[in-house]
Design a protein around this ligand. Structure first.
Ligand SMILES: Cc1cc2nc3c(=O)[nH]c(=O)nc-3n(C[C@H](O)[C@H](O)[C@H](O)COP(=O)(O)OP(=O)(O)OC[C@H]3O[C@@H](n4cnc5c(N)ncnc54)[C@H](O)[C@@H]3O)c2cc1C
Length: 461
């Protein structure tokens, strides 16, 4: 280990490994520190997935059957109404399931191959400052304390955000901690069907319950997953309703994994003097499913382009110089995610009857919207006409309560306002405080999905 680095990355998960690899490719001296042992890295749950298209887009190392990392690949997705009476199915981008610990080890090695150094069992303690700017990091390894200098510290430490939360109050970075209101409680049940089946190679989704059934590795036939707001207990209650309302083939649960994933807007500014936060540390996950790996790589690519140029010739990456990371990210994915997070806070709160009706009559829950997976979406005039016709007849017959529809449309409108605000993210830090004031107001109006579950104590039946 040297004493001086250009960049110190705290956390060797997906976000840290990817950013380290890309900055090392640009010729920077990068040190990654992670408090875990290599053999335990990212082993909080077993199987995660990327789409094949995302792996190609970001140039990630590919996996193959029999390599000890690859688990499965599928391309058929189906979405079902709450009673399972109506289904929308289609081919989406191929999804590849992988053992996470082994894949993150591969990403660690991929970063090292480009020139980054990595230290395991090295725990971040605090940043070192000079003239109120970060100029290094203190960490502990095997009981010894080390002091290394850097021009940029990247917080990729996951949802605990250990660097971000240790910064001085006036550093221009939010220091909030995620509470139970701000995360999804995910429970993965690895199941074996009582009747033997061919390998399960499709994804079934029940959005009403935030539940899905997807392939597994050889230890089980499938994984029955569920994400819930506020607590696992609320999730278990919704799971009981799901089991009552759906006629799934009988099965035994062979293993359960639990974990939480951020479900909170991303921090308003990712950067400050000699600092950037990425991944779960920046609360950056997809609002429709809480996944963070690919979503974060979009921010990482923006950051690599801008910061690698700013740091050329030994320059220090001040807040002003790297501010455009915020602007460029929020113009694209940031605005879309803000819209989705805000709109979904209300959209997911309708009753089971309304959901069933919307699936039946192709109102919002249409095959191209649900199964398109990013493919270009076109809706014909006939389809829009039918949607409107069934909205009115649903309200007349009370199968689609006007109040619920109003809430959903109101939620979508609030989402549009939030999204537009992010699209107009300030170009320079001097307008930031005013932007934050308006953003705070908009988020307050939008509310959070968890508000509903706290009010209704998980009654979703
Ligand atoms: C059950 C479940 C299933 C999921 N499935 C998917 C999926 O299929 N696809 C997907 O995209 N997302 C999925 N997610 C979300 C995804 O796991 C996270 O968004 C992603 O792992 C975040 O990556 P990260 O690199 O930001 O943080 P992490 O993966 O959490 O990595 C942070 C690293 O920082 C290290 N660290 C922490 N504190 C310190 C310290 N003080 N000093 C040094 N190092 C430290 C940790 O040891 C860790 O290695 C799932 C989440 C859950 C809970």
């Amino acid at each position: 280990m040297k004493k001086d680095y250009d960049i110190i990355v705290v956390g060797a998960g997906c976000a840290g490994s990817y950013y380290a690899r890309r900055m090392a490719e640009h010729g920077y001296n990068v040190l990654i520190i992670d408090k875990s042992k290599r053999e335990n890295i990212s082993n909080d749950y077993d199987i995660f997935h990327f789409t094949r298209k995302e792996m190609e887009q970001f140039g990630l190392p590919m996996v193959h059957e029999g390599d000890g990392i690859f688990c499965f690949e599928y391309d058929t997705v189906s979405f079902f109404s709450p009673y399972g009476n109506y289904a929308k199915s289609g081919n989406s981008d191929s999804t590849i399931g992988m053992h996470k610990c082994e894949y993150i080890q591969l990403l660690n090695d991929w970063a090292v191959e480009a020139g980054a150094e990595i230290l395991y069992e090295a725990e971040f303690k605090e940043c070192v400052y000079e003239n109120d700017k970060i100029i290094g990091v203190k960490f502990e390894q095997n009981g010894d304390e080390f002091d290394v200098s850097c021009r940029l510290c990247a917080d990729c430490s996951g949802k605990k955000a250990v660097v971000r939360r240790s910064l001085p109050d006036n550093y221009g970075i939010e220091k909030f901690e995620l509470t139970e209101k701000d995360v999804f409680f995910v429970k993965l049940r690895y199941i074996k069907f009582d009747e033997p089946i061919e390998k399960w190679l499709t994804s079934h989704n029940w959005m009403f319950y935030k539940a899905w059934l997807s392939p597994s590795d050889d230890s089980a036939d499938a994984i029955l997953g569920m994400g819930s707001c506020v607590s696992y207990k609320i999730g278990d209650k919704i799971f009981e309703t799901l089991m009552k309302n759906l006629k799934l083939p009988s099965f035994k649960t062979v293993k359960i994994e639990c974990g939480t994933t951020p479900y909170h807007r991303a921090i308003y500014s990712f950067v400050s003097d000699g600092f950037i936060a990425m991944g779960d540390a920046a609360s950056l996950t997809r609002p429709n499913n809480g996944e963070g790996c690919a979503a974060n790589l979009v921010l990482a690519d923006v950051a690599v382009d801008i910061i690698s140029e700013v740091m050329e010739n030994g320059s220090y990456p001040t807040r002003e110089k790297i501010w455009s990371v915020n602007k460029e990210y929020n113009k694209k994915q940031g605005a879309v995610f803000a819209f989705m997070l805000s709109a979904l806070a209300k959209a997911m709160q309708h009753s089971i009857g309304a959901d069933e009706y919307m699936y039946k009559h192709d109102i919002f829950f249409t095959q191209p919207i649900l199964c398109g997976n990013g493919k270009s979406l076109s809706i014909s005039a006939d389809e829009i006409f039918n949607m409107i016709k069934y909205i009115f007849s649903g309200m007349a017959s009370k199968e689609l309560p006007a109040g619920e529809l109003g809430e959903m449309l109101g939620g979508a409108l609030k989402g549009v306002k939030v999204g537009l605000h992010y699209a107009l993210y300030p170009k320079t830090p001097d307008k930031f405080d005013n932007w934050v004031k308006r953003a705070d107001k908009l988020w307050k109006k939008a509310g959070q999905m968890s508000d509903y579950f706290i009010n209704k104590q998980g009654e979703k039946s």
